[in-house]
Design a protein around this ligand. Structure first.
Ligand SMILES: Nc1ccn([C@@H]2O[C@H](COP(=O)(O)OP(=O)(O)OP(=O)(O)O)[C@@H](O)[C@H]2O)c(=O)n1
Ligand SMILES: C[C@](O)(CO)[C@H](O)COP(=O)(O)O
Length: 252
């Protein structure tokens, strides 16, 4: 006889990782789209897909690729396949991160209940961070964000100055109440889809920002320093150093 109670307890909600990877990487400088640039010889996107596919909960990875690189990204992922338990799909991205995520959400199969949205530009997120975000969504939070305390003092200005001019300061927020947020950000699927259908005014720089606009609570869990975003050239140096340290310590 089937023990339905323990089956239900052991069942993980079907979880997909949507990986926005369609950015060009202007701040990284000239070259291929950022997600395709190598880290220790392997494209950043491949590291990011591996990081998500390693999580026990993830059954599907949706990569949102630069529109001109969809075929190239499919070939790349065929060369670096995920474990057999994980499916992958590649779709073309849009003009902004928000639009790219929306395009990724549009191809999710009906049975996906939880969505983790993870930047290709955060290729080294540890699996424990991914698992912690997914677990918090499973535990009932509709929107979960990994975050770290801010270490710099932050100044608020009234408006950015043109051409590197001086910027008058209007305030210094209490740093102990600020957090720098990372990805993967985890969501109950219906909440995230609604947030993208009713985005409000102006582009949001993260998905949780859209969910906040709905009035749905967003919670933070501890992030990880290795989940940093590769944005500028120095970040590539740091990423390669992290990989070298992992190889030395863990052998991979
Ligand atoms: N139209 C876009 C813009 C960004 N992204 C993705 O969103 C993530 C976070 O964006 P960011 O680090 O800002 O990447 P870029 O937009 O490529 O960087 P830049 O602003 O320097 O061009 C990245 O994985 C990026 O590929 C995306 O999928 N579609
Ligand atoms: C989603 C994000 O990585 C959280 O820190 C970040 O907001 C992406 O921002 P960007 O403007 O695309 O750099």
């Amino acid at each position: 006889m089937t023990d339905t109670t323990s089956n239900a307890a052991a069942r993980l909600p079907r979880t997909a990782a949507v990986i926005p990877a369609a950015g060009s990487g202007v701040r990284l400088g000239p070259g291929a789209p950022k997600a395709l640039r190598p880290l220790n010889g392997t494209p950043m996107l491949v590291h990011a897909v591996r990081a998500m596919a390693r999580a026990r909960a993830v059954a599907l990875v949706v990569v949102v690729a630069p529109p001109a690189e969809v075929d190239a990204v499919r070939s790349l992922l065929d060369e670096h396949p995920p474990p057999p338990s994980v499916d992958q799909v590649v779709v073309a991205g849009g003009a902004t991160r928000q639009e790219s995520v929306k395009r990724g959400l549009a191809v999710l199969p009906e049975d996906i209940e939880v969505v983790l949205v993870h930047d290709a530009a955060r290729p080294l997120v540890p699996v424990d961070t991914v698992d912690a975000v997914a677990a918090a969504v499973r535990a009932g939070a509709p929107a979960v964000v990994p975050a770290l305390p801010v270490t710099d003092t932050v100044k608020q200005i009234a408006a950015p100055a043109a051409d590197g001019g001086v910027e008058p300061v209007v305030g210094t927020p209490d740093r102990s109440l600020l957090r720098a947020v990372q990805t993967p950000q985890g969501f109950d699927r219906a909440t995230l889809v609604e947030a993208h259908e009713r985005p409000g005014d102006g582009d949001a720089t993260d998905c949780a920002g859209l969910v906040e606009r709905l009035g749905v609570p967003v919670v933070l869990v501890p992030g990880h320093e290795e989940a940093f975003k590769v944005t500028r050239p120095l970040d590539l140096v740091l990423a390669e150093a992290v990989l070298a340290r992992r190889r030395k310590n863990d052998g991979f």
